[in-house]
Write a protein that binds this ligand. Structure first.
Ligand code: SER
Length: 337
C-alpha cells in the first residue's frame, strides 16, 4: 500500500510538532511540512520535505504536489493577531483561502476528495459580557458566533470558507459529497497545554505558562484575573481528536465544525494545582486589560455532544489525569523538578 500523502502547515508550532510525531508513530504517512521557521530537531528526521516561508507566497510550490490530507495548522494566535491585525489576516485568512483553493482544485482535477483538517478555536465565540459568559453554560457550535477578536473573526470566517469549498464551490449544489469536492473538517479547540512546548502569541497561554514557570521555580504574573474561566485540554487529547476526525467515515459526519472539550478551570484553580505540585511557586495576578477582555469574551465551557455522537469523541484527560498522568510526570523529567 502506498503511503498517505499528508501536508502539515504550521508544523513547527505546538500542535504541529506533536501531530507530525503522532503521524510518524502511526506509520504509513509521507509527510510534507511547511512553516515560517526551520524544522526543530523534534521532527527534523520525520518530515520528507520542509517548505519554509509564508504560505501566501509559497502556495505555488504545492500545486505540483499530490496530497490526500492537509492539516492546516499555520496561524497567528489571538493576542498577537490583536496587535498585528493585517499580518494576522494575511496568515489566517489569505493563507487558508489559498490552501482551500489548492485542495479544491486537486479534488476536482483528480476526482479525489482531499481531506482538509482545520483547527478552529473557542475564539470563534464572543460573549457579550461577563454575565452572559457566566450564565451561558456550555455553548453549542451555532451559539454566540460573534467573535470579538481578529483571530476569532478569522477562524469563524475560515470555517465558512471551508464549508463553501467543501459543499458549494462553483454552486454545483450536489446533494452528496461527490469525490471532487474537498472534504472539510474542523475542530474548535479549547486552550491547549503541552508538557513539551510553550505556545506564543495566544491568550489561553497563561495556563501553560503558569505551570511551566512553577515547575522551573520561576515567579509568574498571570495576565488575567483569578476568576477567569475557559476550557483547556491536554495536547495528547488534541492530537488524538485530529486523528479521530481524519479517520471518521464521511457518511458518519453531518457537520463540518465540532466543539471538543476536556476540562474547564479558572486561573485561580490553575494556581492552586501549580502550588500543590510545586509548593514553592510564586504566582501573582496582574491582569492585562486587553488580554483580559479577550478571555472574558470566550465561553466558560463548550458542548461537545456533536463530536461525541458523530465520531466518538471522548477526552482521556480530565483535570486530575492531565496533572497526575501527563503534565507533572513529563514536566518533572524535563526540568528536573
Ligand atoms: N489558544 C488560542 C489562543 O489563545 C485560542 O485558540 O490564541
Amino acid at each position: 500500500m502506498t503511503d498517505t500523502k499528508a501536508l502539515v502547515t504550521g508544523a513547527c508550532g505546538e500542535i504541529g510538532q506533536a501531530l507530525v510525531q503522532a503521524l510518524a508513530r502511526r506509520g504509513g504517512y509521507h509527510i510534507t511540512t511547511s512553516d515560517l521557521a526551520p524544522l526543530p530537531d523534534s521532527i527534523k528526521k520525520i518530515s520528507a520535505e520542509h517548505v519554509r516561508g509564508d504560505l501566501v507566497y509559497k502556495i505555488k510550490t504545492f500545486y505540483d504536489y499530490d496530497f490526500d490530507v492537509i492539516f492546516h495548522l499555520a496561524a497567528s494566535l489571538s493576542s498577537k493577531a490583536e496587535v498585528a491585525s493585517e499580518e494576522a489576516h494575511r496568515i489566517n485568512v489569505e493563507g487558508t483561502m489559498q490552501l482551500l483553493m489548492l485542495a479544491a482544485y486537486r479534488s476536482e482535477k483528480y476526482g479525489k476528495s482531499v481531506k482538509f483538517i482545520f483547527p478552529s478555536s473557542i475564539a470563534a465565540y464572543g460573549m457579550r459580557n461577563l454575565d452572559t459568559k457566566q450564565s451561558a453554560g456550555r455553548v453549542k457550535e451555532n451559539e454566540y458566533n460573534t467573535p470579538q477578536t481578529m483571530y476569532g473573526c478569522n477562524k469563524l470566517y475560515c470555517e465558512k470558507l471551508g464549508i463553501y469549498y467543501g459543499k458549494f464551490f462553483g454552486q454545483k449544489h450536489l446533494d452528496e459529497n461527490p469525490p471532487h469536492f474537498l472534504d472539510f473538517r474542523s475542530i474548535r479547540f479549547p486552550g491547549l497545554i503541552s508538557a513539551f512546548t510553550l505556545p506564543s502569541g495566544g491568550t489561553s497561554d497563561y495556563g501553560p505558562e503558569m505551570l511551566h514557570a512553577a515547575a522551573q521555580g520561576k515567579p509568574y504574573a498571570c495576565f488575567v484575573r483569578e476568576d477567569s474561566k475557559i476550557s483547556f485540554m491536554a495536547m495528547p487529547d488534541a492530537i488524538r481528536s485530529l486523528l479521530m476526525l481524519m479517520d471518521a467515515p464521511r457518511a458518519n459526519l453531518n457537520h463540518q465544525v465540532y466543539n471538543i472539550a476536556a476540562f474547564a478551570l479558572t486561573a485561580g484553580e490553575f494556581r492552586d494545582r501549580a502550588l500543590k505540585a510545586f509548593p514553592g511557586a510564586t504566582i501573582s495576578f496582574e491582569p492585562n486589560p486587553r488580554r483580559q477582555g479577550i478571555v472574558d469574551s470566550w465561553p466558560e465551557d463548550v458542548d461537545d455532544s456533536l463530536a461525541r455522537a458523530e465520531w466518538g469523541w471522548q477526552p482521556e484527560y480530565d483535570a486530575d489525569r492531565f496533572c497526575d498522568d501527563y503534565f507533572l510526570p513529563e514536566i518533572r523529567k524535563r526540568y528536573n523538578a
